[in-house]
Design a binder for this molecule. Structure first.
Ligand SMILES: [Zn+2]
Length: 292
């Protein structure tokens, strides 16, 4: 497809993506807090982060927390964060313009390629299921794991194993704070994760996925992403839900699509289904790392 043709075709999707970004300012979390008992108050429930370093640690921390990460901040986010809640719409659905940002940080929700490939990205890291690992190993699936540091502190071996087929561990923040929420400590969420994952996994992430897809082009997000070594902010345009239902902007799955899943029980079945859906279109999963 020509660039001009694609640009015209993208307009509806881009417009909706922008609408969601705009909605995020006023109450983004309302639409994303599936199952939350008090979605409307979620943003207010997060107090301002302390700017002063503290000796306290986050729950179940296996290492001291050196920067603003006092218990109140983490505990408050723990109450409001909803891992596993990203939806299709929040990924700037469809095939939005490939680069919405100025400067060196690119924001994308699909990859322009003629190769018969799609990309598997799996978020958060709450569940480290042996059945999922077995499926990934059996099919040697390239997985880009956008991990929340808070969720994976004791799971280094697991996430090294499941990203061993061309994939990688990438940044999904420290405690899953919405980066467009004024109460969120954006620098800490992005940069502390970079430092921690470099120690934990032996390399520094270069991709970041903002929780809930919130605030990808926020100037503060772009500033700290660039400052701390991120050059790709990766959204998505296909979702496999935690119930293993597929949400497309426009079915079927297509070359270059970025599929979002979460590390949950049942992911093994979701991955097998996804491979079959791809195969039906002549597509195989490829490492996102090789294309962006
Ligand atoms: Zn997430």
């Amino acid at each position: 497809m020509s660039n001009s043709g694609r640009a015209q075709g993208m307009l509806p999707g881009l417009a909706i993506g922008v609408a969601f970004l705009a909605a995020g300012v006023g109450g983004f979390l309302v639409g994303s807090l599936t199952g939350s008992p008090e979605p409307a108050s979620a943003t207010e429930a997060v107090p301002a982060a302390s700017a002063s370093p503290t000796a306290s640690s986050a729950p179940s921390s296996s290492a001291p927390l050196p920067t603003p990460s006092d218990d109140a901040y983490v505990a408050a986010l723990d109450d409001s964060l909803q891992m596993g809640s990203e939806t299709l719409a929040e990924g700037q659905s469809g095939r939005s313009d490939a680069n919405l940002a100025d400067g060196d940080v690119e924001i994308l929700n699909w990859v322009e390629t003629d190769d018969p490939v799609f990309f598997i990205t799996i978020d958060d890291g709450l569940v480290d299921s042996p059945a999922v690992r077995e499926v990934i190993e059996r099919y040697q699936i390239p997985v880009t794991a956008f991990l929340t540091e808070y969720a994976v502190r004791d799971k280094t071996d697991y996430f090294e194993a499941v990203t061993a087929y061309g994939g990688s561990v990438q940044n999904h923040t420290m405690v899953h704070g919405a980066l467009n929420d004024p109460a969120t400590d954006v620098e800490w969420e992005i940069c502390e994760t970079q430092d921690r994952f470099e120690k934990q996994f032996g390399y520094r992430p270069w991709m970041m996925r903002p929780p809930y897809g919130a605030g990808p082009d926020d100037p503060e997000v772009l500033k700290y992403a660039e400052q701390c070594g991120i050059n790709r902010i990766v959204l998505w345009n296909v979702v496999v839900t935690d119930d293993n239902e597929v949400e497309y902007w426009e079915p079927p799955i297509k070359a270059g699509d970025i599929v979002l899943l979460h590390w949950v029980d049942g992911l093994d079945k979701g991955l097998e289904m996804l491979l079959e859906l791809g195969e039906a279109q002549g597509l195989t999963p490829a490492p996102l790392e090789d294309y962006i």
